[in-house]
Design a protein around this ligand. Sequence first.
Ligand SMILES: [Zn+2]
Length: 130
Amino acid sequence: MSLNEKSMVVLKGIIAARLAVLREEIGAGTARARDESYGALTGGVVDRGDEASADLIADIGNAEVTRDARELRALEAALERIAKGEYGECADCEQQISYERLKVEPGAPRCIACQRMAEQRSGQPNEPRL
Ligand SMILES: [Zn+2]
């Protein structure tokens, strides 16, 4: 099953809406963390772009913002794939990722089967390692 034009319009709308929410959340989280942690750590001088700020937040360990920043990057990568006409193709097996999966996780780079395997390879971040 490949994505038809109507599905693409729906998915692009989901991605655009989600990006707007994430950018707002990351902006708020960055400002908060900057005030709370980074300012205290460095004396308060921060003069970097938004991208650097997202990395900075990852260092600080604000889990919520880190998750948002990761999702934001995934969605931006999805937009690039749309532009190249590669969107919805699994990065590993090159099969079509299902429309249902993309509606829930529009930044998904892999089909469910490959995603599970990738998570097993890299270790589950949310589960204890022992
Ligand atoms: Zn796959």
